[in-house]
Design a protein around this ligand. Structure first.
Ligand code: NAD
Length: 298
């Protein structure tokens, strides 16, 4: 069993950390939110009073933060934990961030004798709680193999995409498709309901027809169709609109850098941008239904 520092205990990080505790690891945790820290203390974690304090005795450091700026600040900037981590320690960043940020931090870590992988996840808060996440990993093969037993305590599928940063590139492609699928699913359901259909009946039909997809089947955006999804609780928790907007922005940056065309990804980004500007940034991303439905449904 390992001594693990876990930093970032939000919608995803908290259930991931709890699964590591359940697997018998010793966790020292840190977050800027005292509410998040109290929850992990109740679950058996040891609370540190700073990011630096959390890593001093760690064999493994895991971070799960919102965006590139937070990750760079933690490892290299204001919080600067790299110089407090013992050489030989394994670092796993599970946040979804820009590939170039992942490479920048991994290069700085390697210069200090620290092995680091980018390991963003797919599977949402339900997958995080169930320990069934998919990890999409970038980094040297031997470091990925070293991380595998730890990742197995939080997920079911571990894919090695390639060198440092490639986990992020693959994750960004996946989330661009997810943004497009959620927007399209919400649009189709809103159209059906505006024309007199029951959203559950329409969902049942489409999930056995060619429109079938994950957003429809597992994360239905229409309230009343499924239990245990954000649409069933006024879009609280889950995967925030602003986090989806960040990921679609990362896709746009990647497209600019490679001269790739992403017309549907850009359209989805603009729709999420309008939705965020209308005040929905902290709601779950399936609330895009409210932008597309003729009348607010929640
Ligand atoms: P969240 O906003 O719920 O949690 C982020 C946590 O990080 C918060 O508790 C916040 O207080 C903490 N934090 C921020 N800056 C910090 C710092 N400098 N030091 C310590 N703690 C800090 O976000 P989330 O939904 O858990 O997502 C985390 C990452 O996972 C994001 O990159 C997101 O894109 C990705 N992701 C989320 C989901 C999902 O369904 N929510 C799914 C896959 C991937």
């Amino acid at each position: 069993m390992s001594r693990i520092a876990f930093i970032g205990l939000g919608n995803m990080g908290a259930p991931m950390a709890v699964n590591l505790i359940k697997a018998g690891h010793q966790l020292t945790v840190f977050d800027l939110s005292t509410v998040a820290l109290a929850r992990l203390s109740d679950a058996g974690g040891t609370v540190a009073n700073s990011a630096v304090a959390s890593v001093l005795d760690a064999e493994i450091v895991i971070s799960m933060l919102p965006a590139s700026s937070h990750v760079e600040s933690l490892y290299l900037g204001d919080q600067e934990i790299l110089s407090s981590i013992a050489p030989g320690t394994l670092i796993i960043d599970c946040s979804t961030i820009a590939p170039q940020s992942a490479r920048k931090v991994a290069t700085a870590a390697a210069a200090r004798g620290l092995a680091m992988i980018d390991a963003p996840v797919s599977g949402g808060t339900v997958g995080a709680a169930a320990g069934s996440l998919t990890f999409i990993v970038g980094g040297p093969t031997e470091v990925v193999e070293r991380a595998r037993p730890i990742l197995n305590a939080m997920g079911k599928n571990i894919f090695h995409a390639g060198d440092s940063g490639t986990g992020q590139t693959a994750k960004i492609c996946n989330n661009m498709l997810l943004g497009i699928l959620m927007t399209g699913t919400a649009e189709a359901l809103a159209l059906g309901v505006a024309n007199g259909l029951d959203p559950k009946v329409l969902s049942d039909i489409m999930s056995k027809s060619s429109g079938r997809n994950w957003a429809l089947d597992v994360y239905n955006p229409f309230p009343g169709v499924m239990d245990n999804v954000p649409a069933a609780r006024a879009y609280a928790g889950g995967f925030g609109v602003d986090l989806m907007l960040k990921d679609l922005g990362l896709a746009a940056e990647s497209a600019l850098a490679s001269r790739a065309a992403i017309p549907l990804g850009e359209l989805s980004r603009n729709l999420y941008s309008l939705h965020s500007q209308a005040g929905s940034g902290s709601l779950d991303f399936s609330s895009i239904l409210n932008l597309l439905a003729p009348k607010k449904v929640n």
